[in-house]
Design a protein around this ligand. Structure first.
Ligand code: HSE
Length: 398
C-alpha cells in the first residue's frame, strides 16, 4: 500500500480523495500496488467521509515515513509555501494545483525538490484537467516555443458564455460558477484576470525557460466587456474572449499579458465555451498545437493531481527535469506588440478616422461608432484614442 497525504480539503482536495477511491483498481494496476489517502491536513475539523483522516498538525505528515507524496490543495501562498517547503525538506514529493504558489515561488520550490531528490509537480495548476505542462515540456521539447496563448480561466469563460447565451446577469452567472466549484475562494482573482495571469506566467516560465514575474504582467479581466460589444463583434465575425498570452521576442526577450481579445470565428479557440479552456502553443517545428478540455472543477483538476502523484511514484530518480532560470530580466512591456484594435466611441466615423486614419467600421448608431484600427502598437493605440470618448477598447488577436 502506498500512502499519500492531502493538505487542504476544498474542491480540489476533495476531488483528489474521490479520484483515488473511485479509480482505485486502475491506479493500483498502474502502480503495482494500491494507493490510499492516509492523512488530510485541515484548519478546522468537520464531519463527513474523510473525518477519520483529518489532522490539524502538519508534523503528523512530515514525520510519517509511510507518506511518500503530499498533495497541496490549500491555495494561496503563505501556508501553502511553508508546508510545501517543509514537506520537500522532509523528502516527500509534492504535487499541487496551486497556480499562485507556482507562479510566484515555483523556481525556488523546484530547486529545493531537486536538492532533496524528490519531485514538485503542478500539471493541475494550468488548464485543470487538460494535459498541457507535460506536453509543453516533454512532447514539444524539440521545438523552440515562440508563443503560448489561451483561455485559461473556466469561471470567466463560463460567465461570458452564460451572459451571451441566456442573457444572464454577471452576478447570477458568477454565482452559478461558484456553485459548480469553478471559482477561486475570492472570485476577484478570476474576474480581474489574476488567475489567468498566474497561469500564463507558468506557461511562459516553462516555454521560455526564465522567470516571468506575475507582478510585472499587465492583467485586465472581463469587467469591461459589455453585451453591446459582444453583439457588435459577433455580427462582424468575431468572439470576445479573455486570453492570457506570452510571446518570445527578438533576442530571447519575452512578454506576457492578460486581456480580452476579439478573435475571428475561424480560429477554433473562438468557439471554446462554458468552463472549457484551450491553450494554443506555437512551436517552430510543430506549428500551432491546441489543447482543449475542462479547465476547472473538482474531478478534472483532481485527475491532473492524481496523475502527478502516480508520476512521482513511478519516476526513476533521473526523471526528466523541469524548471526555469530565476533571472526575470528580459521581460518587455506588451505595449510594444502590434495588433489591430477594436474601439467603440461616443462619436462619429470621421472622429475615429481623424484619430486613427483608415478604420473598418463595424457598427454606427445612436451617436456611437464601433471600429477596427489597422495594426498598431498597443501603446500607440492608447495615445491616439486619448482624445476620443472611448466606451470600450480591446485588442484583436491577429
Ligand atoms: N478558478 C479557476 C478557473 C480554477 O475558474 O479556471 C481553475 O484553476
Amino acid at each position: 500500500m502506498i500512502q499519500i497525504a492531502i493538505m487542504g480539503l476544498g474542491t480540489v482536495g476533495t476531488g483528489v480523495a474521490k479520484v483515488v477511491e473511485a479509480n482505485a483498481a486502475q491506479i493500483s494496476r498502474k502502480l503495482g500496488e494500491p494507493l490510499a489517502v492516509k492523512t488530510v491536513l485541515v484548519r478546522h475539523f468537520r464531519e463527513g467521509a474523510y473525518r477519520h483522516l483529518m489532522t490539524d498538525d502538519f508534523e503528523k505528515i512530515a514525520s510519517d515515513p509511510e507518506i511518500r507524496v503530499v498533495v497541496e490543495t490549500i491555495g494561496g501562498v503563505e501556508a501553502a509555501y511553508e508546508y510545501t517547503k517543509r514537506a520537500l525538506m522532509a523528502g516527500k514529493h509534492v504535487v499541487t494545483a496551486n497556480k499562485q504558489l507556482v507562479a510566484e515561488k515555483g523556481c525556488e520550490l523546484l530547486a529545493l525538490a531537486k536538492a532533496k531528490n524528490v519531485n514538485y509537480l503542478f500539471e493541475a495548476s494550468v488548464g485543470g484537467g487538460i494535459p498541457i505542462l507535460h506536453p509543453l515540456t516533454q512532447c514539444m521539447a524539440a521545438n523552440r516555443i515562440d508563443e503560448v496563448y489561451g483561455i485559461l480561466n473556466g469561471t470567466t469563460n463560463y460567465i461570458l458564455t452564460r451572459m451571451i447565451r441566456t442573457g444572464a446577469g454577471f452576478a447570477d452567472a458568477l454565482k452559478e460558477a461558484q456553485e459548480k466549484g469553478y471559482a477561486e475562494a475570492d472570485p476577484t482573482a478570476d474576474v480581474e484576470g489574476h488567475d489567468t495571469g498566474r497561469k500564463i506566467c507558468i506557461l511562459a516560465d516553462l516555454a521560455f525557460g526564465a522567470q516571468v514575474d506575475p507582478g510585472a504582467v499587465p492583467m485586465e479581466g472581463i469587467t469591461k466587456i459589455s453585451l453591446r460589444d459582444v453583439e457588435i463583434a459577433r455580427k462582424a465575425g468575431y468572439r470576445i474572449k479573455l486570453l492570457g498570452r506570452a510571446l518570445r521576442l527578438e533576442g530571447g526577450r519575452r512578454t506576457a499579458y492578460v486581456a480580452p481579445h476579439l478573435i475571428a470565428e475561424e480560429n477554433p479557440i473562438s468557439g471554446v465555451e462554458d468552463v472549457f479552456n484551450a491553450v494554443v502553443v506555437k512551436g517552430n517545428a510543430t506549428g500551432e498545437v491546441m489543447f482543449y478540455g475542462k479547465g476547472a472543477g473538482e474531478l478534472p483538476t483532481a485527475s491532473a493531481c492524481v496523475a502527478d502523484v502516480m508520476e512521482c511514484l513511478q519516476a526513476s530518480p533521473a526523471r526528466e527535469e523541469i524548471g526555469w532560470s530565476p533571472v526575470s530580466d528580459g521581460y518587455e512591456d506588451p505595449a510594444k506588440l502590434v495588433s489591430r484594435h477594436y474601439f467603440r466611441i461616443a462619436g462619429s466615423e470621421a472622429e475615429a478616422a481623424a484619430a486613427f486614419g483608415t478604420v473598418e467600421v463595424l457598427a454606427a448608431e445612436g451617436g456611437e461608432t464601433a471600429f477596427l484600427t489597422e495594426g498598431l502598437k498597443a501603446g500607440e493605440a492608447a495615445e491616439r484614442a486619448a482624445g476620443l470618448q472611448v466606451l470600450a477598447g480591446f485588442r484583436v488577436l491577429d
